[in-house]
Design a protein around this ligand. Structure first.
Ligand code: 5GP
Ligand code: ZN
Length: 141
């Protein structure tokens, strides 16, 4: 249910300080402590869930629904965000630093300069789209 050393579990249980946006039976939403832009919210499962594979479908659906409502608030509030990113890092290789899963709901503003960066060339010619699609289909089926 919860992990004793997890800062996000502590936030769910109001044992650590946070600026809360929303809490219900499945999820909690609060301000990211190091915002990339004005209007950077994290939506997390109330149950300690390290990774995407362990996320209950109903909780995932609620995270998305709450994220969608927060996105509307980022645009409709006085923040007047021009756009919104949903970002979810699953695994260290994807940039996950806190291993209690979280959806970043990030307000975007024209010209804010935020974006994904990649050093080195993207080797498109080595990417076998048909082969990769086949591999994924065989696992999904
Ligand atoms: P990740 O890289 O794992 O996707 O993002 C972790 C996010 O959690 C970071 O954006 C970081 O600023 C935020 N964060 C880490 N510790 C705390 C905390 O104690 N309180 C809050 N509100 N945000 C945190
Ligand atoms: Zn946790």
């Amino acid at each position: 249910m919860r992990h004793k050393d997890c800062i996000f579990c502590q936030i769910v249980h109001k044992e650590a300080n946070a600026f809360y946006i929303h809490q219900d039976d499945l999820v909690t939403a609060f301000m990211d402590i190091h915002p990339i832009n004005p209007g950077h919210v994290l939506v997390i499962p109330n149950v300690h869930t390290p990774d995407l594979a362990g996320l209950e479908a109903a909780c995932g659906a609620r995270i998305f629904t709450v994220g969608q409502r927060i996105a509307a608030a980022l645009r409709g509030s006085e923040l007047r965000a021009d756009g919104v990113n949903f970002l979810l890092a699953d695994g260290a290789a994807a940039g996950q630093e806190v291993f209690h899963l979280h959806l970043h709901v990030l307000a975007r503003y024209e010209g804010d300069g935020f974006g994904f960066r990649r050093s080195g060339q993207i080797q498109r010619e080595k990417q076998d789209l048909e082969g990769i699609a086949g591999m994924l289909r065989s696992v999904l089926e």
